[in-house]
Design a protein around this ligand. Structure first.
Ligand SMILES: [Fe+2]
Ligand SMILES: [Fe+2]
Length: 577
């Protein structure tokens, strides 16, 4: 029996498959042409097949075969009865036909409306959000205040609702996509800013302005955390001065300490929010979104805070996603900025220490390079020099006498006048300055520091040293340092006596009035006249900067009052009544 069973299975398989293939194909071949027809035509076919043809066949049989067999009297009565009956048999199917036709017309109108509105969206004539399918009032029940049970909806209403939901969902998704595109564009713009702007003082305000715009907020603040002092301070704060907040205090302080973002609809409802700042600045903080900024090691290095979402009660989930992405980008720039600040600090402290070491070789020149630098910077600002020129000048002034490291102590610390040989050796210090500074690595933008420092003893008439440069061949930076250098030498105590018009004035600081006269007299021969003029304009500020530190009030106050009476208000002095 077993082999037969196997045989039947083997035989059955292809037949079975063929049978099922046929059965599966049968409905397809039957319904395919019907599915391809329009509903109205289909209704007509179905109506004819199911109602009209059977009735007509029946009428044909009755009148053709049955009535002739019946008695004439009876057949007349029966015929009229049958006529009425047949008429009624026609009326009800026709009624049903027209009811169905009406519904089909509504469906056709609906399909047409959907098609037109879809085409308008596809062609870009209208947005999804503008497209709503109107209710078919003739087929839908009147609207009531009660929420309709979904189960009671007829198919057309259900279809309309479904399409409206699809349109609305598509509109929402498009709006979401547009928003994401905007956010992406903003992130790309920020990334572009990060690579294009190397000056952090310009970069951060630029980025913060962009954040405020994209987040549709009123204000944005970027805080930097100082873990040593356990404070955070605003690197950029829109609309307000720099703010310092203790770690753990307020919204930003809490975010800085915990590393957890805060998104709140009304900051005033938070018990730890300090309203005094708002009250003092006539501002009302409402919604706040605050995110920590993490460094490469994962430590919190800053906080990004946006305040008061425009047009909404609070910042939403999308804002959180965006600000989080932005915080990570800003974090890279912030960390780089902090590293560069540290490097600058380290470089500056090295340079300042070097210049102080040179000055400290003689007790009477202590602070000389620092004062020369201060005077030089005042002149540079007075003459509206560029940012980079000022930085070059600052370094050159700080290091202008570093060549004195190579001068013997016996000469450098000598009391009294130099011999010719000693003077010659002393006068080698500018070249030594250049030689030392050329061994420093200065970035390209600072490459003129050695040259400018080297020529601080040149004179505009060409009689200076070491190269005897004059006029335009002499860098402006060197001309500025020359005035600052001589002014400081004249107004400081020196071991060698000072002279004015062959008159020896001694070793004490020269009277300010005499020093000023000397500078004015030497303008055009030793000094550049425009530099002397600029220096005399900022001299009151220069004197005030060192009042009590380098200049005694007795020494400077009278001159200060004479030069700039308005700047002496609040300064006590012997000339005051
Ligand atoms: Fe010098
Ligand atoms: Fe000097």
């Amino acid at each position: 029996m077993a082999p037969r069973k196997e045989k039947s299975v083997e035989l059955q398989d292809p037949l079975h498959q063929a049978m099922w293939k046929g059965m599966k194909r049968a409905p397809m071949t039957l319904f395919k042409p019907i599915a391809g027809e329009k509903s109205r035509k289909l209704l007509l076919i179905v109506f004819a097949l199911s109602c009209m043809i059977p009735i007509l066949v029946m009428v044909f049989i009755v009148y053709q075969y049955l009535l002739p067999l019946i008695d004439t009297d009876v057949s007349g009565l029966l015929g009229s009865t049958l006529t009425y009956g047949i008429a009624i048999m026609f009326i009800f199917p026709l009624l049903g036909f027209f009811l169905m036709l009406r519904r089909i017309r509504s469906l056709e109108n609906l399909a047409s409306e959907i098609r037109v509105k879809s085409r308008e969206v596809t062609n870009g004539q209208k947005a999804f959000c503008e497209q709503t399918i109107a209710a078919q009032s003739d087929l839908l029940p009147p609207a009531t205040d009660d929420t309709q049970d979904a189960g009671e909806e007829n198919e057309i209403q259900s279809l309309i609702n479904s399409f409206n939901t699809i349109f609305q969902t598509a509109a929402d998704q498009l709006a979401e996509r547009e928003h994401l595109k905007e956010l992406l564009a903003s992130l790309i713009a920020v990334a572009s800013d990060l690579t294009s702007e190397l000056e952090f003082n310009r970069l951060f305000p630029m980025i913060i302005g962009r954040v405020t715009e994209v987040m549709e907020a009123e204000r944005t603040s970027l805080y930097v955390i100082d873990w040593d002092t356990r404070e955070l301070w605003t690197k950029v704060a829109e609309g307000v001065e720099t703010i310092t907040v203790p770690l753990g205090k307020g919204i930003s302080g809490l975010v800085a300490e915990t590393g957890q973002p805060i998104n709140v609809a009304d900051a005033w409802e938070l018990p730890y929010f300090d309203r005094s700042f708002d009250l003092h600045n006539n501002f009302r903080t409402r919604s706040v979104l605050c995110f920590p900024i993490k460094g490469r090691t994962g430590q919190n290095i800053g906080v990004l805070q946006v305040i008061n979402k425009k047009g909404q009660d609070r910042f939403d989930r999308r804002d959180e996603v965006f600000l989080k992405s932005l915080a990570s980008q800003v974090g890279i720039a912030l960390e780089n900025s902090l590293l560069i600040d540290e490097l600058k600090l380290s470089f500056n402290s090295s340079i300042t220490t070097l210049s102080a070491i040179v000055d400290a070789r003689h007790p009477l020149t202590a602070g000389h390079s620092m004062r020369v630098t201060e005077y030089s910077l005042l002149i540079a600002k007075e003459m509206h020099l560029g940012e980079n020129e000022i930085e070059v000048l600052r370094l050159a002034a700080l290091l202008h006498d570093i060549g004195k490291i190579g001068i013997h102590d016996a000469i450098l610390r000598k009391e009294g006048l130099f011999t010719t040989a000693e003077r010659e050796e002393m006068n080698t210090h500018p070249v030594k300055t250049r030689t030392i500074l050329e061994k420093f690595y200065f970035p390209r933008r600072l490459r003129f520091v050695p040259e400018i420092a080297c020529h601080h003893h040149e004179k505009v008439d060409g009689s200076g040293y070491p190269d005897g440069l004059n006029g335009d061949a002499l860098p402006l930076g060197s001309k500025i340092i020359a005035v600052a250098d001589v002014f400081d030498a004249l107004t400081s105590r020196r071991e060698y006596p000072k002279y004015a018009d062959q008159e020896m004035l001694g070793r004490q600081p020269m009277p300010l009035r005499t020093a000023i006269s000397l500078l004015q007299k030497e303008a055009g021969s030793h000094f550049a006249p425009e530099v002397v003029s600029a220096f005399l304009r900022c001299l009151p500020q220069a004197l005030l900067n060192f009042r009590g530190e380098h200049f005694t009030p007795e020494y400077m106050d009278e001159t200060l009052h004479r030069l700039a009476p308005e700047s002496t208000q609040g300064v006590s002095g012997p000339w005051l009544p």
